[in-house]
Design a protein around this ligand. Structure first.
Ligand code: SAH
Length: 232
């Protein structure tokens, strides 16, 4: 799966995609992540991406044109890639054949991100997911109309921008793609998991008090451990 993130703050997004599991997913060529700055698709010398809202009100609105141009460029890039893939050429991306593109608009008013939502995205076999990160008061509504983007929220609260939401969504979707998590890790539904977990040492002392690992976990009794985890 190829992820594309459109943001006016690429520096906020890039480090996260380089490390740990997402970074390893890129190394293993199971996913790719590309980042685009809509400022690169402006013509004025200040690279303006926002303007005042029609109808008045506080704050600024992200203008349609830099985002539309960025989305068009991404679509062209995807089309070039699929053409090369169809010709049997090696390309620096994952997937093959026809592209299936989904455009997600980060929005506090969107459909809420859940494990089911992420699984659905994977089951539908999208080759490309494009995230648009809003800033200020949001994005000129015409962008969504032109590209039939879906509004998706990471929860019932308002943040200052769509960068964290895009990363949350990417992380949530990516870790569910087969091959992204290693053998030693796996998604919760496939095992009995709990948030009450322990590692060495067996007895941990803090301010004179001893905190012990529950005995059952030291017992080596797989069935009982499973029951204990279920209870948690
Ligand atoms: N005035 C807007 C909120 C703007 S917040 C409103 O009432 O809907 C600025 C940007 O941050 C949004 O465009 C969106 O991209 C992002 N954002 C904020 N909270 C979010 C959330 N819970 N989920 C997803 N994106 C969010």
């Amino acid at each position: 799966m190829n992820f594309h993130i459109i943001t006016i703050f690429p520096g906020m997004v890039e480090p996260y995609t380089k490390e740990a599991i997402v970074g390893r997913g890129i190394m293993k060529k199971v996913i790719t992540v590309s980042i685009y700055n809509p400022r690169d698709n402006t013509k004025d010398k200040h690279h303006k991406v926002d303007n005042t809202p029609y109808g008045g009100g506080p704050g600024m609105v992200m203008m349609a044109d830099p985002l539309v141009k960025t989305l068009e460029k991404i679509k062209q890039k995807i089309a070039r890639r699929t053409l090369r893939q169809a010709q049997g050429k090696k390309v620096p991306s994952t997937g093959s054949g026809q592209a299936k593109v989904k455009i997600i608009m980060t929005s506090p008013r969107g459909k809420e991100l859940t494990n089911e939502y992420a699984d659905n995205v994977i089951q539908k076999k999208y080759t490309d997911i494009i995230f648009i990160c809003g800033r200020y008061e949001g994005i000129d509504a015409r962008v969504k109309k032109i590209f039939k983007a879906e509004d998706v929220s990471i929860g019932n609260y308002v943040l200052t921008g769509g960068e964290l939401p895009a990363l949350v969504m990417l992380d949530c979707i990516a870790r569910r793609i087969p091959g992204v998590l290693g053998n030693s890790e796996s998604i919760e539904e496939n095992r009995i998991s709990t948030d009450e977990v322990y590692t060495r040492p067996e007895i941990y002392e803090n301010k004179g008090k001893k905190y012990r690992v529950p005995k059952i976990l030291l017992s080596g009794h797989a069935k009982k451990i499973e029951e204990w985890r279920l209870g948690h």
